[in-house]
Design a binder for this molecule. Sequence first.
Ligand SMILES: CC(C)(COP(=O)(O)OP(=O)(O)OC[C@H]1O[C@@H](n2cnc3c(N)ncnc32)[C@H](O)[C@@H]1OP(=O)(O)O)[C@@H](O)C(=O)NCCC(=O)NCCS
Length: 425
Amino acid sequence: MEIRPTTDRDLDVFVDTVHAAFGRFPETPIEGGGLWWSALEMDRCLLALTADGRPVGTAATHAFELTLPGETLVPAPGVTAVGVLPSHRRQGVLSAMMRHQLTELRARGEFLSVLLASEAPIYGRFGYGPATYTARLTVPRHQAALAVPRARGVVHAPAAGSDQGWGQGPDQGWDQGSNDGSVEVLRRAECGEILEDVYDRYRRAQPGALSRPHRWWALRAGQPPISPAPRYVAVHRDADGVPDGYASYSTESGTLTVDETIATDDAVFAALARFVLGHDLVSQVVFQHVPPGHPLRWQLADFRAGEVSGDMDWLWVRLLDVPRALTARGWFLDGELVLDIHDPFLGEHDRYLLTVQDSKADCVPTDRDPDLSLDISDLGSVYLGGTAPSTLVRAGHIRAHRPGAATLADALFRAERSPHCLHWF
Ligand SMILES: CC(C)(COP(=O)(O)OP(=O)(O)OC[C@H]1O[C@@H](n2cnc3c(N)ncnc32)[C@H](O)[C@@H]1OP(=O)(O)O)[C@@H](O)C(=O)NCCC(=O)NCCS
C-alpha cells in the first residue's frame, strides 16, 4: 500500500473515495453538512492506494487556529475526511495514514492536531483524547421564563412568550441596566459578513474554539449557518448599532432549533436566548451546542425547564510536542508538576517538569519522581481545561503518585472558562 499527498487533480477521486467510505454520494449533499468538501485544501490531503493504484483510504487536514486558555491563538491542523473503503477495513489502512499524517505534521512544525470523531473508539489509540464537550438544551416554551439576575440590578423580568416579532426593537429585560442593544431578524443570505465578523470576535476569546477561515464562509462549506440551508438569523447589536451576537435558527413542526448562539458576552447571549424563547407559534426551543456549565440553565427561572440531551465529546486533541504545547497556553495559578508521559503510538516515553510561575509555564525534561503518569491522549483531554485530571485518575487512566497531585493538576489545568468548540468539519 502507498500513501501519497494529493494535488488539485485528485479532488474528484478523493471526494468519491471519502463518500464511498461513509456510504454516501457526492451528488447528494450530506444533510447538515452542506458542501463540506469545497473547503478541502488539496495540498493537505492524503490518499491510500493499493499496490495496483486503486484508492482505498483518505485523510486530510484543514488549517485552523485554535484558541487556548489565556486567549492564545495557535495553529491547529483539523483532521478530516478520514475514511477507508468498506472492502479494505481492519487491515491497518487508517493506522498507516495516521502515522504518515502525524509524522508529516510534526515535520511541518505543528505541536498539536485536533479532530471530531465519528465514533469514540477510533482515535484514542492514535493519541487523541476528547477535550471539549457539547449538548443540546431543550426548553418547552411554557417554561421559558428567564430568571431575574440577582447581581445585575435588573429592573424587569421578561415574560415567557413575550412577542418580539419582526424588525428592530430594544432589548427588554435581561440586564436592562447595561444592555440597551437591539435584535433584528435577517435571512441568512443577507448577513454572511456579519456572521463571519461576529464569529471571529467570539472565537478569539473562547478557549477550545476554532477559526472559520474566510473560504468556509465564501464557499458556504459546512453546517448551518455557514451552509446554504435557509435560516433566519437574530442579529444582536450593541447600543451603537455594532453587531455583537447572533442566533441562527429554523422552525419546523412546532420546534424552533437554534443551530448556534454566538455572543461576545454573556448579556448578549441572554438577550438572544430571550429572543428565541419568546418566538410565537412554537412549543419548544432546542439550543444546539450548549457546553457543560453554560450559564443558560441558570438563566431559566425554572432550573428544570431545560432538558439536556445529546451530551457528547466534540473536539479531540493530540499533542505532538509537549513542551511547546504546555508553554503555549495560558495558566492561572502557580505550581509545579512532574508528568511522566507515554505515547505508545509514536513509541515515545518522556518525563517533564512543568513549572508555572507568574502565569508563565516552563516545561523541561527531568528525572525527578513523577507526580502523574499519563498517556498522551489523557494529556490531550486535560490540555484545554475541559476535563479534570482527577476525573481521569478516578477512571483509572491517569496514575497519581502522591496525595494532592490530582487536586493540584485540576487547579493548574483549569481554563478561565469551560472550553467549547462548535465548528463542524
Ligand atoms: C474508521 C475507519 C477509518 C477505520 O479504518 P481501518 O483501516 O479499518 O482502521 P485500522 O485497520 O487501521 O484499525 C486500527 C485499529 O482500530 C480499530 N478500529 C478501527 N475502526 C474502528 C471503529 N470504528 N470502532 C472500533 N475500533 C476501530 C481496529 O479494530 C484496529 O484495532 P487493532 O489494532 O486492535 O486491531 C473505517 O472503519 C471507516 O472508514 N469508517 C467509516 C467512516 C468513518 O467513520 N471515518 C472516521 C471519520 S472521523
